[in-house]
Design a protein around this ligand. Structure first.
Ligand SMILES: C[S@@+](CC[C@H](N)C(=O)[O-])C[C@H]1O[C@@H](n2cnc3c(N)ncnc32)[C@H](O)[C@@H]1O
Ligand SMILES: [Zn+2]
Length: 292
């Protein structure tokens, strides 16, 4: 559970296991909960538990993972951190991505037009491209915004260790059945709870466009990567939100953080199927860069 790589996202000191469901910072003594086996290493972990209390309980109960000490911990934290409005975890994936067949979706989604696009994605789209680009990542890999683990499922075969981080507990609890070796962490891409130079590769697919500060993430990626470490970032919006159509901006921004850009591939298909008859189609860019 406690990884030697963890550090406090508030003060940067190491964290130690305090009880079965808490970690304590050796510097500022902040307590971080462990819920359903997943450490919550957010800078404001206690407020987060208070705000998501109902969703956390629902998600752990539905997974059959909840224990009495966790219920008491969640209740205790919520009493200390009263909130105005309860927040819910977004469900940002479909059953196809989860790798579980959903018969009703399979039955209704036999449109040849949509399948043609999905086939094209499978043959030469984002995931196929990233799998090829990461096929020889033999070391310790951190995936940011990993969601239900669509990529992690292929990475486990090639990496020494893999840690997946997301700021949503629900995909981390629902998505990793049958992947026991994967370390899961609730955390924020802009305040990574890991010691310096902990990883050989950091991967973030389709996340940077959701961040308030992609720059904070690139700085954190550079910090947690060892020399020669690799960053792999994909996004449908490499303009980083500036509406001038400059698709070179993300690669330049990554190089500003001490990375040498090695590969840029653009126009890669990424699809999502929120409803049987609805296919969302994105074109994405992937950048691979090496830390100097
Ligand atoms: C569009 S999904 C992509 C999931 C997966 N990487 C993929 O390509 O299928 C974005 C993911 O990033 C996560 N995320 C969003 N903001 C985040 C943040 N600040 N820190 C960590 N994860 C974040 C979301 O919870 C979600 O799982
Ligand atoms: Zn601390």
């Amino acid at each position: 559970m406690t990884s030697q790589r963890f550090r406090c996202p508030r003060c940067g000191e190491r964290v130690q296991e305090k009880s079965r469901c808490t970690l304590e910072c050796e510097g500022c003594t902040y307590l971080f909960p462990i819920l359903g086996g997943v450490p919550v290493l957010l800078p404001d972990a206690l407020e987060w538990v208070g705000a998501y209390r109902e969703s956390i309980l629902a998600c752990l109960v539905s997974d059959g993972q909840i224990m009495d000490d966790e219920v008491q911990l969640i209740q205790g934290i919520s009493d200390l951190t009263p909130i105005d409005e309860a927040l819910r975890f977004a469900k940002d994936w479909d059953s196809r991505e989860l790798g579980k067949a959903n018969p009703s979706v399979e039955f209704q989604s036999n449109s040849r037009q949509l399948q043609r696009i999905e086939d094209h994605e499978r043959e030469s789209g984002l995931y196929r491209t990233v799998e090829a680009l990461t096929a020889d990542l033999a070391g310790d890999v951190l995936e940011i915004g990993a969601g239900i683990g669509r990529l992690a499922r292929s990475l486990v075969a090639v990496t020494r260790t893999i840690c997946v981080l997301d700021n949503n507990l629900r995909p981390l609890v629902e998505g990793y059945d049958g992947l026991p070796g994967v370390q899961r962490v609730v955390g924020d891409a802009g305040a990574l709870p890991f010691v310096d130079e902990a990883y050989n590769a950091v991967i973030a697919l389709n996340v940077v466009d959701l961040l308030e500060s992609p720059e904070a993430f690139f700085a954190e990626a550079a910090r947690v990567l060892g020399a020669e470490g690799i960053v792999v970032v994909s996004t449908p919006d490499p303009t980083l939100g500036i509406p001038d159509g400059d698709r070179g901006r993300m690669a330049r921004c990554i190089s500003d953080y001490g990375f040498e850009v090695m590969t840029v591939e653009d126009d890669l298909l990424w699809t999502r199927r929120p409803q049987p008859h609805e296919l969302q189609v994105f074109t994405t860019q992937v950048v691979v860069a090496r830390r100097g």
